[in-house]
Write a protein that binds this ligand. Sequence first.
Ligand code: GLA
Length: 724
Amino acid sequence: MSVSRPLPSPEFLVLHSQRSTVILEHHVEEAPIWRYWGPRLPEGCSPAAGLRTTRPLPSFMLDFDQPLTLVPTFGVGWFGQSALLAHRCGSDFAQAVTRCDIEWSVPARALVLHLTDAVAQLCVDVTLALDDASDVLTVRTRLTNLADTPLEVQWLAAATLPLPGQASTVRSYAGQHNHEFLLQTDTLSRSLWRRENRRGRTSHDCFPGAVVTTPGATDDSGLVFGAHLAWSGNHQQSIEWLHDGQYQWQLGEWLAPGEGLLAPGQSLHTPEVVATCSLQGLNGLAANFHAELRARLNWPGGSMRPRPVHLNTWEAFYFDLKSGDIMALADAAAEVGVERFVLDDGWFHGRHHDRAGLGDWWPDADKFPRGLDALVQHVNALGMEFGLWVEPEMINPDSELHRAHPDWALQIAGRALITARNQLVLDIARPEAADYLFGKLDTLLRSLPIRYLKWDHNRDLTTAGLAGGLGSAGYRAQVHALYGLLVRLRAAHPEVEIESCSGGGGRIDFAILRHTHRVWASDCIDALSRLQIQRGFGQFFPPEILGSHIGTAPTHTTGRSQALAFRAAVAMTGHLGVELDVRHLDSATRQNLSAWIARYKAWRDCLHHGRIWRGELADGLVWQAHGDAEARELLLFVYRCQPTTHRYTPPLRLPMLDAAVRYHVEQLAPIEGEGAVLSPSPFFDALRDGGLELDGAWMAQAGLPMPRTTAETCFIVRLQKVSA
Ligand code: GLA
């Protein structure tokens, strides 16, 4: 009988959450080796032995085996992408960890790895935490220059993550202004996959994150991985195939030349990476990100109030603001049930068009001779909160501020200023510029009961030189200064909510959402376009922070027209607003708008808590369901985007339902429009007329029948568990 001999085993660092596990292999004189990030392993389960003993060396390789570590470095045996690229005036171009010390902050949940390179004289501290409830792994890195000469850092990954060899596709988001969150699906191969953003803000066209799927993964099942860099500036990420068949995924800040220059003793802190995996497909992954973000949101008063219905004045007036018109719009808004009235661009000094005024943050004396007081009082008297649009980081050449401080704009000496939308970017890393902005905003917030700021940022950064063009690149300084300004304002005015708007979706990330409470996902309010934008958004962000408005028909950005019911059904799954001139609606349309707003108010509790499941059905249908994690009660929205091409519309499978119980199913809102329902049937009559009891198992496996309707309609039903 043979007796198995235990192999010598190194120390394993194991982190568990409810549904995922991280394992690193620790050796005292090198960086920890990545062994596992994936679905939960049982307590006590560990690799059989040190990685090197389990993989024989291939031919023509180094006699030293260098696997993927938490911080792979260049020049001493690692040939893949490095997590660090740095040098000292050309020397010390290679790094390798010579010592690794472990500091557990929470056993099995969070630790800091102190990695030192005694030769290159630097240390890298990597902080990892795995959240039990959300299954989100957070990783951030700090590099410190221990030598007495400067260290020039070109690249420092915030995180290097392992992906299993069966990873097959990467879903990332491209786009542009008005077309954000455009899904791009790439096949992973031996070619390097890489996305970079150098626009100085999170950007419309390169979301800092992605989702990696494995074969067979769907919306509801299969193994998927997601990661996001919580940062509102330049970024890069890459996925690289490795010779052991797995992939490495690096995410971090893209540093402009000079931004990573570390004086002796100085440290470079990376943003945080939030990453998660799920065996429940894309919807399971989204639920993890949503749970994590919800735990981070910093609400006035400590918790989220029901999301008030907005009226935003932009598409009703653009710059043509007249006090009487605004008050009349406020009257009409209050009548249909609006709860927060937001005065958009055009209210401040000299702002009659987009060529002047940015920087001069006091009410325009022509439009508001006695300030905003009367308007704010009027809005408050109607029972609505007042909100105000600002774009603090910007400056128009035609402004009092620019005439007084032309050196405050980001610029490079000797180079022409490049305007975008006729504006320049203010160098807010200058303390005097930040103080100026704080002073102006503080005065506004102190003098008036403004409860909401829509904080815009309408251009990419160019010639981003600090200190009047004499200094260095200011991309990252600009982002840190913004966070600093927001912290200061929130501390002074904790009751004020802030929306992150950046020409629509240009600044949506977990970092800006530490200081803000809503995002404007796109300047495009076309409901069909919004469905696609909101689907991409929802992969990472929960619905209650999604600003989504009922706009006009035809839509200003696309020229397409959709029925009010469709526009409302798309908008109400986020944080609802109205962005049209309610004064000009006929009374039937106004009543209809009120009815949709009333539905939103009745449903928002369900819409904005719990989980979301989303999917697509052949034949032009996309759907989403909002409800509690146990699917006791669900609100289901099925959008018909295209005319049907099937004789019989296929039923919709709802895999989240409890197969052991029956559900009461009821249609909640009529499918509106002349001839919108193509043919009636007794089943749908009954759903409208009090509802029906249906088997959870049947709807999970065979599906809920779908009505035959025209395109651009929404079928809304509620499903409630009736028996165990
Ligand atoms: C950006 C915003 C819009 C509006 C305008 C005002 O485009 O996304 O909602 O506020 O600025 O100039």
